[in-house]
Design a protein around this ligand. Structure first.
Ligand code: NAD
Length: 282
């Protein structure tokens, strides 16, 4: 059973995951290498809870309990938890370094999961002292709103760990689906042509971002590809496409887009940086 959750990374995903866990009654510890960022995330989450209370979606008691459940820690050694959800930068070496430090501070029974969108769970597990405690737990953005979580099963992930993770997902109100470790898991692989086809049209100068988004939104999609990747983070989305492209022997259908690559190089990462395909007020 999971009673205490550690969340590493207080960016877009980590902050959302921590909000969900604390709101659903779990003791939650939030850690970021940049402690200031973690405190900023905590302040934003509290503001969100106040808004939800003002709208009548949470009671004052629920908000008080959630606030009580969520705490920032400044050292990895303080991240003592039954489950660590890692949601840090998409770099295998940095993730593995964090796992090493976390394993030293936690018992063999504690579970460790990565929220990675594009890295192989088996590759990430390779340097672990206890790889049988590891799996992928892929939340979607925005984590408080998106119901789906993909449980990504590595070669060494046993059935009991999958069962505990299913139970955890249910406990925090998510719908879990199980998939074996494979490039893009389910959604990122199936949805990839949505992005690559759309951005190929931008690369060819056939259409502009606003027209592309308006067309797809008015055809029934919740968001167009440009506004959606601005929300996801252009760097994250571009890395997923690149990962799939390499994993599938540079299959044409996964070709990364020039327009998106340019945005990433210019630091126009979307909402989080203030500009992507569109400009955002800070
Ligand atoms: N953005 C999305 O839509 C999305 C969706 C699903 C999964 N993911 C995955 O979630 C993970 C995080 O993505 P994000 O969009 O939240 O990134 P982000 O850039 O918003 O946040 C990453 C955070 O990690 C912190 N960090 C970096 N190195 C660290 C370290 N060594 N220890 C602790 N903290 C560290 C950074 O300071 C930053 O706050 C990635 O693996 C990504 O693939 C992202």
């Amino acid at each position: 059973m999971v009673y205490t959750v550690g969340v590493a990374g207080a960016g877009t995903m980590g902050a959302g995951i921590a909000q969900v866990c604390a709101q659903q009654g779990l003791r939650t510890l939030l850690y970021d290498v940049n402690t200031g960022l973690a405190h900023q995330a905590l302040a934003n989450i509290r503001k969100t809870w106040e808004t939800l209370e003002a709208k009548g979606k949470l009671t004052s008691e629920q908000v008080a309990r959630a606030v009580d459940n969520l705490q920032v820690v400044s050292q990895i050694q303080q991240l003592k938890s039954d489950l660590l959800v890692e949601a840090i930068v998409e770099r295998p070496d940095i993730k593995q370094e964090l796992y090493r430090a976390w394993e030293e501070a936690n018992s063999e029974e504690a579970l460790l999961v990565s929220n990675t969108s594009s890295l192989s769970i088996d590759v990430l597990a390779a340097t672990l002292r206890h790889p049988q405690r590891f799996a992928g737990l892929h939340f979607f953005n925005p984590a408080p709103l998106m119901k789906l979580v993909e449980i990504v099963v590595g070669r060494k992930t046993p059935g009991e760990v999958v069962a505990t993770l299913k139970n955890f997902c249910e406990r925090i109100g998510k719908v879990a689906v199980v998939v074996k470790d494979s490039p893009g898991f389910i959604v990122n692989r199936v949805a990839r042509p949505f992005y690559t086809e759309a951005f190929d049209m931008l690369d060819r100068g056939v259409v502009l971002p606003a027209a592309l988004d308006a067309a797809l939104r008015n055809a029934g999609f919740k968001m167009g590809p440009c506004e959606l990747t601005d929300l996801i983070g252009q760097d994250i989305n571009y890395a997923v496409t690149g990962g799939l492209y390499e994993s599938f022997d540079r299959a044409e259908r996964f070709t990364p887009s020039e327009a998106q690559g340019r945005l990433v190089r210019e630091g126009k990462l979307g909402k989080k940086s203030g500009e992507g395909f569109y400009a955002y007020a800070k």
